[in-house]
Design a protein around this ligand. Sequence first.
Ligand code: PRX
Length: 640
Amino acid sequence: MSHDIYPVLLKDTYINQEQYKELYQRSLEEPEGFWKEQAKKYITWFEPSEKVLQGGFDLLDVVWYAGGKLNASYNCLDRHLKTHADKIAIIWESDEGNSKKITYHDLHREVCQFANVLKKYGVKKGDRVCIYLPMIPEAVVAMLACARIGAIHSVVFGGFSAESLHTRINDADCRLVITANEGMRGGKKIPLKANVDTALVSCPQVQHVIVVKRTDNKIDWQKRDIWYHEAMQIVDADCEPEILDANDPLFILYTSGSTGKPKGILHGTGGYLVFAAMTHQLVFDYHPQDIYWCSADIGWITGHTYVVYGPLLNGATTVIFEGTPNFPSPSRFWEVIDKHQVSIFYTAPTALRALRQEGDDWVKKTKRTSLRVLGTVGEPINPEAWEWYYHVVGEDRCAIVDTWWQTETGGIMITPLPGATPLKPGSASWPFFGVEPKVVDDKGKEVADGQMGKLVITKPWPGMMQTIYNNRERFVETYFKEFPGMYLTGDQAYRDKEGYFWISGRSDDVIKVSGHRIGTEEVESALLCHPAVAESAVVGVPDHVKGQSIYAFVTLKTGYDNSDTLKKELIDTVRKEIGAIAIPQTIVFAKGLPKTRSGKIMRRILRQIANQEVDNLGDLSTLSDPQVVDDLIEQVKKLS
Ligand code: PRX
């Protein structure tokens, strides 16, 4: 396999190619010394740790920085006040196009005040707090205020429905919810507070809801509700940070897996913060004069690590963008870049594909001269979209970093470094320091270069998840059971002869729709909530903008007929149960689903049928009723 290769463009970066190779080697050979240095360099500790790395993947008893004491909000705020209290911490760009700038001094004051509000309403160290907010500065304030007092935040993406919110609040047993009266996105209002009210009907443990006033619209008011701006007026601005252990949890973030309900990924404090700060500085070659913008929502891990923690730990100016890429026009991203002189920009391939489709003029009418580094994350980037980013957006002078990582990994794992890695469009390239990825076969044996297999990580790294909240069994089963001693990523990949990793997508039943991670089983369960549905099976199919889209096969109970009205009802059901991000693009009504004699649905066959790759369906003799396959092929043909 030969690929185009682009030379390294940037000079005077933190790391050049030689340094990368040397330091990477050292990070694997001498992890203790290496990570001790990084901990000292990137984090201010109240007390240093006694042991950098304890345990391993064999017994699954990994502990990073045991005995170390620190506080995340102190590291993101207080320690910067001596040197740059007046530096802008947050530039907020609203959906309507207004902006607001908040200094480190002011952000610190607001976080301390809000931490006092949380305390006033009974939140203590270790309590879980749910944050269901739009992309507004108060979202960052809420996260850091939790961190300041040692409460564990669980941010739920504002696009999730009341039902999804309810499940997540109950799973984490959250005591308090922070929301806004409404959110704004692409000119549309999102009824966040109304969703909270619906969700809380069956969450009796939640006694208080703090509401940020984002719009002027009136909302229903409950006895438990408190306005954010009113609560902030009656607390003082002094709040000492809680001294926390490196392994005290910092946050829970729910994500989808191949089976069951979403998993609450639990991240600790010390290791996560070291990894967040270091990756943010080196992957984006962040320097103090940069204006940094990651367009991800804080409801996803990218928002946690690279909108909030990474940049604030490094004392950066981070742009918080409430809007969407194509509102009011497809120039929006590039206009915001010009307006705030953004030098580092990090976004998702799906946004780039959607904007590329609108034509180059929307980009070319803006200047973008401030840009230096361009990043992507969340799904594989196809070489065409990569080339467009490189040539049209970056005008052949910016480094591109295609960063591979996951909610579970806490930070970037495989990525180019701007001054070190010659680029190959479509490859996330080389591993970050301390990360040892391998590609293995079904037995866990490493495969030859160029051969596709399962991507695993063989050594612990500081940003790794601690566990699945309240479900250690599922943690072990999902990530460490198939290949004991290795972390199973769930992705398929191959490594080329030059050590570049090419990640092609998931090897399990997880679909990536516009970079959002959705479990097929979640969508199937949602469809089953409709009384007409007898059975459903959901697969992912390629989509030239979204990466993948959801394709659902549904069989109906006797007495129900398929119709467009029913299709609409099914879509509404998924919207209600999960949210608009999980709506199937296609629904096929089937007479039956291909099953083995023991009743297991053969997804491989459904995937091939949905993709219209039916020439070689393999051995169908094990199916209980091979006839259903012909019927499905017929149905799919009719729809295309
Ligand atoms: O399949 C991989 C894909 O996104 C998955 C992780 O999703 P999530 O936990 O939502 O985190 C997304 C943001 C970090 C991975 O298992 N993925 C992420 N980045 C890339 C990618 N696939 C290919 N290339 C990437 N750069």
